[in-house]
Write a protein that binds this ligand. Structure first.
Ligand code: NAD
Length: 368
């Protein structure tokens, strides 16, 4: 090894390149899955299993670098821990990412191979669909492992969780409106939905039914046309959604759209959407929103409908119970927004505290 090489290696070790990663936050296990034949490159992040097996969807995305894929797996799996904890489910937090283009590179063979990796974890991680995945993919995974949810109804599953997720987001948004405006009626509110995929579309349906003035933005023109023609939503043609005049901003695409750049322009009075990890930096951007008087309905709280739906597959409860639990997101959101206000916390921190308290209580119960 040359001296230079040696020095840079030392430097790397000193910086704790693995456990010292920015997004590494007491994760229990990270699994790298590689299969040359199918081209599968996946990372499964298991953040915490104190409350139960780590359940969380699989995202297929064309990441710029493997580091950003790892970062996503770490951030998303941690988010799942808190989502299940705050929703009162006996589940831990996990998430998987597959590196690649879901439209052109996904094959049944790849899905089956991925299922085998999931199976090798013996139920410690249970998968489901996320961005780039659908119910049919989960059906393929089911061929090789029972540790999968979100499979189709004719195969005994609860089907696509996205409509339930959208219902929960709608409930959380209404709760935030009640808190901010004194009324949860969204009629005539100007609402921008960014990302009209599986969840965004159903959210637009709820909002337009209630008479909200909905504008939709997406990088996929076809989706825009389709959703617009179905529900009469206005298509956004401008260059910067965040700078527009609106009452409510609903991020329903990918994470981190609440950042230094967007917050400085944001004119909404409420942020409530489906996307995971909306705050690029949880404490900093949560605080910036608070200082600007923008009510933020924590993402992991209001987008829990999907996990409630897939949990039903494991517990065997029915549709009415799923809807009741999802509707309860309204009450929990109000509680958290009040708690944050009373204690001078950001809404994100208030939600995290409650979720963490539930995990800590279970951990000490186990110890004793
Ligand atoms: P999806 O892939 O069906 O939809 C995402 C949409 O966002 C697509 O139409 C895509 O074109 C669009 N998009 C991507 N980048 C964009 C950008 N920069 N600007 C505008 N639009 C963009 O995904 P989904 O299942 O609807 O999930 C949406 C979000 O909600 C994700 O962050 C996901 O993790 C989260 N979420 C989903 C569920 C669920 O049940 N599906 C549950 C909880 C959280």
């Amino acid at each position: 090894m040359s001296q230079d090489h040696h020095t840079s290696f030392e430097k790397m070790i000193n910086q704790d390149p693995v456990f010292g990663q920015m997004s590494f936050n007491d994760h229990e296990q990270v699994v790298f899955c590689n299969d040359k034949d199918t081209g599968l490159k996946a990372i499964i992040g298991i953040h915490n299993t104190v409350l139960g097996p780590a359940l969380g969807g699989t995202r297929m995305w064309n990441y710029d670098t493997e580091w950003s894929a790892l970062n996503d797996a770490l951030r998303l799996s941690r988010g799942m821990t808190y989502k299940s904890a705050i929703t009162g489910l006996n589940l831990g937090g996990g998430k998987a990412v597959i590196i690649g283009d879901a439209k052109t590179q996904k094959t049944p063979e790849m899905m089956r191979k991925f299922g085998e990796f999931v199976h090798s974890l013996s139920g410690k991680y249970i998968t489901a669909e996320d961005v780039g995945m659908n119910t049919e993919d989960m059906d393929v995974v089911r061929e090789v492992t029972p540790y999968v949810t979100g499979i189709s109804e004719d195969k005994g599953g609860a089907g696509n969780p996205s409509p339930i997720t959208a219902y929960g987001v709608f409930m959380g948004m209404k709760a935030a409106a009640k808190f901010k405006y004194g009324s949860d009626v969204l009629e005539d509110k100007v609402i921008y939905v960014e990302g009209v995929g599986h969840v965004g579309e159903t959210l637009v349906e709820y909002l337009t039914q209630e008479g909200a003035r909905v504008t939709i933005a997406d990088i996929n023109r076809e989706r825009l046309e389709e959703v617009s023609s179905k529900y009469g939503a206005r298509i956004y043609e401008g260059a910067d959604v965040h700078a527009e005049n609106m009452d409510i901003y609903a991020p329903c695409a990918l994470g981190a759209t609440i950042n230094d750049n967007s917050i400085s322009k944001l004119r909404a009075s409420i942020v409530a959407g489906a996307a995971n990890n909306q705050l690029a930096d949880e404490s900093k951007h949560g605080m910036m929103l608070q200082q600007r008087g923008i009510v933020y309905a924590p993402d992991f709280l209001i987008n829990a409908g999907g996990i409630i739906n897939v949990y039903a597959e494991l517990e065997g409860y029915d549709r009415s119970e799923i809807m009741r639990k999802t509707e309860n997101i309204y009450t929990t959101t109000i509680e958290i927004l009040n708690k944050a206000q009373q204690n001078g916390l950001t809404t994100h921190a208030a939600a995290l505290q409650i979720a963490q308290a539930r995990i800590d209580a279970r951990r000490s119960e186990r110890r004793s």
